[in-house]
Design a protein around this ligand. Structure first.
Ligand SMILES: Cc1cc2nc3c(=O)[nH]c(=O)nc-3n(C[C@H](O)[C@H](O)[C@H](O)COP(=O)(O)OP(=O)(O)OC[C@H]3O[C@@H](n4cnc5c(N)ncnc54)[C@H](O)[C@@H]3O)c2cc1C
Length: 470
């Protein structure tokens, strides 16, 4: 029998003090409601430890009495991993574990506590004259523990990699309260299994990350950013290949966007005017980050030859920081604007980069066969092969009727993705949204290995029950 609220709350108060425990529904609301308001249950309580020792004390107790724990950081995850599934869980939020442990600009790393927001991490790096290059639209709220727990990606993966590649070490409290101290800053260490990588992307199922050592990079001198008309995904891919050849790793972002996303933003007054001088069916946002001492990064010249080769139509180079920000805002609003246009069905998928045009063509046709009139809004990180393959309700269509077809649309898209050797979750993870799907699509041996790791580290199954492996 799960412990009742009356048993759990006093125990947590004894461990942490009354100020660090929330248990009334109203005061837990901010921890229970996630961004898409899809997954809503309750929790026995929310624990807000201030120190690693307090996290350990909570886990030791939870392990002993068999209480289920949901690790939470910024509560911005999109697959429901950070909120309870059953209602008898305790949320352990690392939001109070903020702050810097160590910054070493010369060696190129910093160690931050897990409650530090991504935006704060950017500021800490910047204050040391360095760059921490992980940018996502939720960076004001997302925290290091959750960013690593979900192996976040974002808009510069092309050049710097996902959270996993930016992480040199982690400290984590295990299910039984013991601590794994893997905070080394070594770039090379071949002394057995890479245990830190178990925690990155584990979505709170293996331990609670309490701190991490993260890579720092030299700050670029300046950015060269362009918003470009392209004929379609094939032309965008050809442009990407060309820019990548010429700019190498200085090409830090390459984002594909469809016209319909800008039409929605104009209609709902999220942008004031057309993005470029001439209307286009497709757009690319390309950015080069130019290292210090290099002078001109050469994007304008590269685009001129790309125009001559017929890969780019009209385009605008950002001439100020404000203009660059406006381009990026329009890109970030691609998802948000869809909620203003009515119901939408979303997928976060990836395929080999060269297969993105085929994915968009086949996926759009497959969804249209399921729901005639459905409006595809595929956009995102073409350079990573990662497309947010979203669909809006047909014009004038009924939202509820449309959403009743969501499983059929998902099935059509995932079938195409899997046939193309892709992933059903490129960035956002499994959480509680895709547990059934994971069982269907993941290699059986890989699933067996994942279950073995889970039961070795969390034999009582108290960490994030029902998530990822179900
Ligand atoms: C507007 C918006 C834009 C987004 N854009 C992107 C994007 O571009 N790329 C991308 O990858 N994601 C994106 N996301 C998803 C989300 O922001 C990221 O997954 C983010 O990394 C989650 O961080 P968080 O602190 O909010 O974690 P939470 O939501 O609190 O948790 C996420 C997962 O990590 C686990 N977790 C939390 N804390 C810990 C911990 N200390 N130790 C172990 N596990 C833990 C949770 O149990 C959960 O499974 C976006 C979300 C929104 C709302």
């Amino acid at each position: 029998m799960p412990l009742s609220k009356d048993q759990i709350v006093p125990a947590l108060i004894t461990l942490l003090g009354a100020d660090s425990v929330r248990f009334e529904e109203a005061e837990m609301e901010g921890y229970l409601a996630e961004p898409r308001r899809r997954f809503k249950t309750s929790a026995r309580a929310v624990a807000l430890p201030r120190t690693v020792a307090e996290v350990q004390a909570v886990m030791e107790w939870a392990h002993e009495v068999g209480v289920h724990v949901v690790p939470q950081a910024g509560n911005t995850g999109l697959v429901g991993g950070q909120v309870p599934l059953y209602g008898d869980e305790v949320i352990v939020s690392v939001s109070r574990l903020g702050g810097t442990r160590h910054v070493d600009a010369a060696a190129g790393h910093m160690t931050l506590n897990a409650g530090t927001t991504l935006e704060e991490a950017h500021r800490i790096a910047e204050a040391a004259g360095m760059l921490f290059p992980l940018y996502i639209a939720s960076q004001g709220s997302a925290r290091i523990g959750g960013v690593l727990g979900s192996n976040a990606g974002g808009v510069q993966v092309l050049s710097y990699g996902t959270a996993r590649e930016l992480c040199l070490g982690v400290e984590a409290v295990l299910a039984d309260g013991s601590i794994y101290n893997g905070l080394g800053s070594l770039r090379k260490d071949n002394t057995g299994y890479d245990l830190k990588d178990l925690f990155v992307g584990s979505e709170g199922t293996l331990g609670i990350i309490t701190a991490a050592t993260l890579k720092l990079f030299p700050k670029p001198d300046h950015h060269e950013t362009a918003l470009l008309n392209v004929a379609g995904p094939e032309a965008a891919l050809a442009l990407f290949t060309r820019l990548r050849e010429r700019a190498g790793s200085t090409l830090t972002a390459f984002e594909l966007m469809p016209r319909i996303g800008f039409d929605f933003q104009l209609k709902h007054k999220m942008i004031a005017q057309d993005p470029t001088a001439e209307r286009s069916d497709w757009y690319v946002l390309a950015e080069i980050s130019v290292p210090r001492g290099m002078g001109d990064g050469g994007l304008a010249a590269m685009l001129e030859t790309a125009m001559e080769a017929g890969l780019v139509g009209n385009g605008v180079m950002a001439e100020s920081l404000a203009q660059r920000e406006a381009f990026w805002t329009a890109r970030e609003q691609m998802s948000e604007v869809q909620s203003k246009e009515g119901a939408s069905i979303k997928h976060d998928v990836s395929v080999p980069v060269a297969a993105v045009p085929e994915l968009i063509a086949r996926g759009s046709a497959a969804a249209k066969a399921v729901v005639p009139g459905i409006r595809p809004v595929p956009f995102g990180h073409l350079g990573d092969g990662n497309i947010h393959f979203n669909f809006s309700v047909p014009e004038g269509g009924d939202n509820a009727e449309f959403m009743a077809r969501d499983e059929a649309v998902h099935a059509a898209i995932y079938k195409v993705v899997l046939e193309m050797g892709g992933s059903i979750s490129a960035e956002h993870g499994i959480g509680q949204l895709k547990t059934a799907l994971l069982k269907e699509v993941k290699d059986p041996t890989a699933l067996k290995m994942m279950r073995a790791i889970k039961s070795a580290l969390d034999p009582k199954g108290i960490l994030n029950p029902g998530k990822m492996l179900g």
